[in-house]
Design a protein around this ligand. Structure first.
Ligand SMILES: [Zn+2]
Length: 109
């Protein structure tokens, strides 16, 4: 079972209190974007095994959305952070690199 700390209210909640929202940091395109860009926004997801950055909502708590870095293979949670960011915070990326030296960084940054 996943235990995730809500970044907004600080509660450690199990997954039954939370609603998954899919991959985090998906780029939205303007209404004038191409059909390919809009299709990519709607359907293209990485869904990879290993370290993943996701959106979660504290559905039975504060109701707010936030982001979580976790491993889809071991269910290890590395941390939660604001959904108002364009990329994961350096503190979480550094924590992942310490625990998983083979981690290549977020989008290889
Ligand atoms: Zn909350």
């Amino acid at each position: 079972m996943l235990i995730i700390r809500c970044h907004i209210c600080g509660v450690f909640a199990d997954e039954t209190e939370l609603q998954p929202g899919g991959e985090a940091h998906i780029k939205r395109y303007r209404s004038q974007s191409s059909t390919e860009d809009f299709s990519s926004y709607l359907f293209d997801r990485s869904n990879k095994k290993g370290i993943h950055f996701e959106r979660w909502r504290h559905a039975y708590g504060c109701g707010k959305w936030f982001h979580v870095a976790r491993c889809t293979e071991t269910l290890e949670v590395f941390g939660s952070y604001s959904a108002q960011t364009l990329k994961p915070p350096k503190s979480i990326l550094d924590k992942i690199k310490v625990i998983r030296p083979d981690f290549k960084g977020w989008k290889n940054e």
